[in-house]
Design a binder for this molecule. Structure first.
Ligand code: NAD
Length: 287
């Protein structure tokens, strides 16, 4: 590192609180070093009442950009100059690019999800996706899937504090994309079974399966799955979940959340450098 960082090295940040647990600094710095980019990526503990000043710092320090995570994803957009269509529709930003003082906010979670599907030879374009979730990860996936041309998006969620966000997501998809979206209560298990029965892909984009909801599943039992259904989890810790174990028993092709995590970082890397992350190298490092 002492040889790599010089007076020319430019800074890229990660602004969130808490953030010390993040694997993004190791991932991004490895990719910059591998391809010879003179950037250093550092995590900064930035809380909601500090994010406005942190954006000023991006401008003052002429940083190349930053990643943004909770609690700042939905707050930071108001301090930027421009938003990508997906970031504007999601109402959230996870990547900032600084082009000579002009700050653009992007959301790469959905881009990462769609890229991870492609990497697994899964092509949902023009097809039907049933997805559970209305939080940050789910909204980003639903909006990007619609922008990319997934034909039909059937969303299920509990009637909790995220429900209104799902209503708004459906309205945006139906008025601003060529995709068609519909929303159902996750408690309506007959409807869930019916929608899953003719879906190409089923996605769990909730925290169910991940601590503290480890061992739980949004799908009650194996009878909801058929071997042709592709079953995807967004949670990645633990990597194996009760839902995907059931799906595998039925013979479904499944995907865990690691690919989305890697490819959302890759999309941010590409926004800063103009070049894709060295994905095969990164997979070796992550394994
Ligand atoms: P969030 O808090 O914004 O949303 C939580 C969602 O889970 C909501 O839809 C909520 O209704 C639902 N939910 C919570 N408890 C539930 C329960 N008991 N039963 C049914 N639904 C329930 O969270 P988020 O940021 O969207 O994250 C969701 C999951 O996705 C987490 O496990 C997170 O770690 C994971 N995630 C993965 C990636 C990745 O790159 N793979 C990226 C972001 C988030």
């Amino acid at each position: 590192m002492s040889e790599r960082i010089t007076g020319h090295t430019e800074l890229i940040g990660l602004m969130a609180y808490p953030i010390r647990h993040s694997s993004s600094p190791a991932m991004q710095n490895e990719a910059f070093a591998k391809l010879g980019y003179d950037y250093a990526y550092l995590a900064f503990e930035v809380s909601a009442d500090e994010i406005e000043d942190a954006v000023k710092a991006i401008r003052t320090l002429k940083m190349r950009g930053s990643n943004v995570s909770m609690p700042n994803k939905t707050l930071v957009g108001q301090y930027l100059d421009e938003l990508s269509p997906a970031a504007e529709m999601c109402g959230a930003v996870n990547t900032i690019v600084n082009d000579h003082g002009h700050l653009t906010g992007h959301i790469t979670d959905g881009i990462g999800f769609m890229a991870a599907l492609k990497d697994n030879n899964i092509n949902a374009i023009g097809k039907k996706m049933t997805i559970v979730g209305a939080g940050g990860a789910a909204t980003a996936i639903e909006i990007q899937a619609a922008l990319d041309g997934v034909g039909e998006i059937v969303i299920f969620n509990r009637k909790d504090e995220f429900w209104d966000r799902a209503v708004s997501t459906v309205e945006k998809i139906n008025t601003r994309t060529s995709s068609h979206a519909v929303l159902y209560d996750l408690a309506d298990l007959d409807q869930l079974k019916k929608e899953m029965a003719d879906s190409y892909i089923f996605v769990n984009a909730t925290g169910v399966g991940m601590k503290p909801l480890e061992g739980q599943s949004v799908v009650p039992d194996k009878s909801y799955f058929r071997p042709e259904l592709i079953v995807v989890d967004v949670p990645y810790s633990p990597l194996e979940t009760a839902m995907r174990s059931m799906a595998k028993e039925v013979g479904c092709k499944t995907m865990n959340g690691l690919g989305m995590m890697l490819f959302q970082g890759s999309a941010a890397f590409e926004l800063w450098t103009g070049e894709p992350m060295p994905i095969e190298h990164m997979k070796e490092i992550l394994n």
